[in-house]
Structures are given as structure tokens and as C-alpha cells.
Design a binder for this molecule. Structure first.
Ligand SMILES: Nc1nc2c(ncn2[C@@H]2O[C@H](COP(=O)(O)OP(=O)(O)OP(=O)(O)O)[C@@H](O)[C@H]2O)c(=O)[nH]1
Length: 383
């Protein structure tokens, strides 16, 4: 059954490609924002595969085989890719996205399965071109990642360009074969699809990767419960501030803030109310300090606030205001006896080097300890 002769028919096939792509995109996976790029990329590839299969399939049996392959690949694509990777023991991590892998294999299967035997060698060249494009763009994608140095990014870009050229060359071979003439219009239509699809896939995956990286960076920096800096990132920022202030000989202050009797709060009101108290504190403090101040959770019910360009007198004023504000957080609405309270250790110094961060921290910490010993709900800034 010869199915590729008129331009109208080929336009219909192109339409099928679009419909397939959009359907796969809409039907598969959760519609979370994060996965949208992978799905779109996979949908393009799957659609291109089906398009190729229909366009070049002169026989019904090969068409059926290719369609069966589609279904299998869509269901088991990532497993097949994973096994393939293990088989080759490749150091290149294949993209985990099932639809991308499935769509890609479908594309290759579409090319290989649907060909009449006398043009096999041409299509083998095309398939090799597509495979090279896949590996090249994958390598390009890995190398182009944001944090790579420029020469590596350049190599990634060249790699992608080279593989695109290989694909074009493979297509050129295909188009120049006399047996291929009947497919000429198809090739013309196919060309933009084949070029645009992997490039689009590449772009979308790169955007997806960027977003994943940004998410990972955020997760590594912020405390998951309160959304403020965690201890590691706070200390990093504090060290930077310390060396900057040492250079400019400006005072730097630190407040160590520890909620009082937090264990009792947990025991009396339950852990979820305890968590709410921590979140309320994390929201309250930034409302009463400068935007340049750095606020973090040191662990448990202990918070720290770094005040740039602030001497001990200024830091004491801030701490006193915060003590009063913390007393306004009520664990039970309308019940003043359920108010939160905190003890605060206040310290300030003009650092001489980045190492003075330790001294600032120990000073504030020992004053916090004294505020606790002196009865809590107070601040200590001297001695
Ligand atoms: N709900 C909740 N509790 C936490 C969290 N992190 C630590 N805690 C609890 O905070 C309590 C801290 O207890 P302690 O170190 O004895 O301090 P405290 O009861 O506040 O006593 P003082 O600091 O001396 O006033 C422990 O019971 C921890 O389990 C958290 O993320 N959520």
C-alpha cells in the first residue's frame, strides 16, 4: 500500500504528527510545571516517530509493527534506555525522562522498521545520523550546563552543531537516492520537523535542567520548615560579611535568638503547634529588621541574625525590640499566658579577618547562655 504521493496526504500526516504530539503531552504523566518541558520534548519526538513511520511505510505489516513498537516504547522506553546504558556501561547519564527516551527510540524504530529493503542503506545512514544527533545533543546538553567553564560550553555547542550537520548530511544522502524521489516532498516537510524536534527537545530539557538545578540550590540553602537560611548557608554568608567588614573596618553584630521552654511548648501544644511557632517567628523577625540583615535558623529553636554596620548599642536596641515583638506571638488566640518568649545573646565587633566570625559567634552564644541562666525572656549584651 503506497501511502505517500500527494502533498495533501503529507499535510494530513503532518497534522497526525501534531495531534500525536499534543495527545501524548496531555495524556501522560502528571501535569506539574516541572515536567512540562520533558513531556513536550518527548511528545515532539514521539510525534516525529509516528510521522516518519506513516510517511515512509509502504506496507501495512511494517506499519503495524512500527505502531506496536511505539506502544512498547512508550510503556517501556526508559527501561530499554536504562538497559542499553548498562549494557554499554556508558558513563553518560541518559535522560531519566521516559517520554524523551521513548519518543527517541520510536523515531529510530520508525525509520528502520518502515523501510522497503532496497533503500535500507540510505535509511541506515539516516538512522545513524539521528543516533549521532541524539548522543551529540545529549553530550551538548551535559556540557552546556550553566556551571561549566566557557571552553567546555563551547565544546558542547560545537558538538551539538556537528551532530546537526551529520543529520543534515544523512538526509541529503537519502534525498539524492533515485529510489527516494517519491519521498521528496515528504523529505522537504520532514526536514524542518527533524531539525526542529531535537533542538526543541534540547532547549526544553536544558530549561528543565536549569530549573531542577535552581530548585536543588534552593533546597540546599534554605531551612525546609521556615524557608529562611539554614545553618550552613548562614555561616557562609556570615563569613563573607566578616571578611568584607574587616576590609572596610566596619562593625558587625550578631544576635543569637533562642525560644524559651520550647520543649514544654511541644509537650503542651503538640509538635505541629511548635512548628507553627517556629514559622511565626521566622516571618516576624524580617518584618522588624533591615533588608540587608541576614536571618537564619541555626537548628532546633535557635535563630541567628547578622546585622551589618551595627555596633553593640544598635544591636541591643534591635534585640530589645525583637524580644517585645516575640511576646506578641500567642500559641492560643487571646491567651496572653501562651505568649512566646525568647532569650537573646548580643555581640558586635569590628572584625580583623574572616576568622573573627568564630569570636563573634562564641561571644553571642555565651551571652545567650547567660540570658537563659538569668531567667529567660531577656537579652545580654555585655560581659
Ligand atoms: N516542633 C518542633 N520542635 C523542635 C524542632 N527542632 C527542635 N525542636 C524541639 O525543641 C526542643 C528544644 O528543647 P531544649 O533544647 O531543652 O530547649 P528549651 O525547652 O527551649 O529550653 P530553653 O532553651 O533552656 O529555654 C526539643 O524538645 C526539640 O525536640 C522543630 O523543628 N519543630
Amino acid at each position: 500500500m503506497e501511502i505517500v504521493h500527494s502533498a495533501t496526504l503529507q499535510l494530513c500526516l503532518l497534522l497526525i504528527y501534531l495531534v500525536c504530539g499534543v495527545t501524548v503531552w496531555l495524556l501522560r504523566g502528571q501535569r506539574s510545571r516541572k515536567g512540562i518541558y520533558d513531556r513536550w520534548a518527548g511528545a515532539h519526538l514521539a510525534g516525529a516517530g509516528l510521522y516518519l513511520t506513516l510517511l515512509y511505510s509502504p506496507y501495512l505489516p511494517s506499519l503495524c509493527t512500527a505502531l506496536l513498537a511505539c506502544v512498547l516504547l512508550l510503556l517501556k522506553g526508559s527501561w530499554l534506555l536504562g538497559s542499553f546504558a548498562r549494557l554499554l556501561r556508558t558513563p553518560i547519564p541518559l535522560p531519566g525522562q521516559r517520554r524523551f527516551g521513548a519518543g527517541l527510540l520510536l523515531l529510530l524504530a520508525g525509520i528502520l522498521l518502515a523501510m522497503p529493503p532496497h533503500v535500507y542503506y540510505v535509511h541506515l545512514a539516516m538512522a545513524l545520523g539521528v543516533a549521532a544527533l541524539y548522543l551529540g545533543s545529549l553530550a551538548g546538553l551535559l556540557l552546556l550546563q550553566a556551571e561549566r567553564p566557557f571552553p567546555i560550553k563551547l565544546a558542547g555547542g560545537l558538538c551539538t552543531l556537528a551532530t546537526t550537520y551529520m543529520l543534515l548530511y544523512a538526509l541529503h544522502l537519502g534525498a539524492s537516492d533515485p529510489a527516494f524521489i517519491v519521498y521528496e516532498i515528504g523529505t522537504l516537510l520532514l526536514l524542518p520537523v527533524l531539525i526542529a524536534t531535537p533542538l526543541l527537545a534540547l532547549c526544553f530539557m536544558a530549561i528543565g535542567k536549569e530549573q531542577e538545578l535552581a530548585l536543588l540550590r534552593t533546597l540546599a540553602t534554605l531551612d525546609p520548615l521556615t524557608g529562611i537560611f539554614n545553618r550552613r548557608s548562614f555561616e557562609e554568608l556570615a563569613r563573607k560579611a566578616c571578611s568584607q567588614h574587616a576590609r572596610q573596618q566596619r562593625p558587625l553584630a550578631l544576635l543569637m535568638i533562642d525560644l524559651d521552654h520550647f520543649k514544654r511548648i511541644n509537650d503542651t501544644y503538640g509538635h505541629s503547634r511548635g512548628d507553627m511557632a517556629l514559622k511565626a517567628l521566622a516571618e516576624l523577625i524580617p518584618e522588624h529588621v533591615r533588608t540587608a540583615d541576614i536571618f537564619g535558623r541555626f537548628g532546633g529553636e535557635e535563630f541567628c541574625l547578622l546585622l551589618p554596620d551595627t555596633n553593640v548599642e544598635g544591636a541591643r536596641e534591635v534585640a530589645s525590640k525583637l524580644c517585645q515583638q516575640i511576646n506578641t506571638i500567642l500559641l492560643e488566640p487571646g491567651k496572653v499566658s501562651s505568649a512566646l518568649s525568647a532569650s537573646i545573646g548580643v555581640a558586635s565587633l569590628v572584625p580583623q579577618s574572616v576568622d573573627d566570625w568564630r569570636e563573634l559567634f562564641e561571644l553571642a552564644d555565651s551571652r545567650l547562655y547567660r540570658a537563659k541562666s538569668a531567667g529567660r525572656n531577656q537579652l545580654v549584651w555585655i560581659g
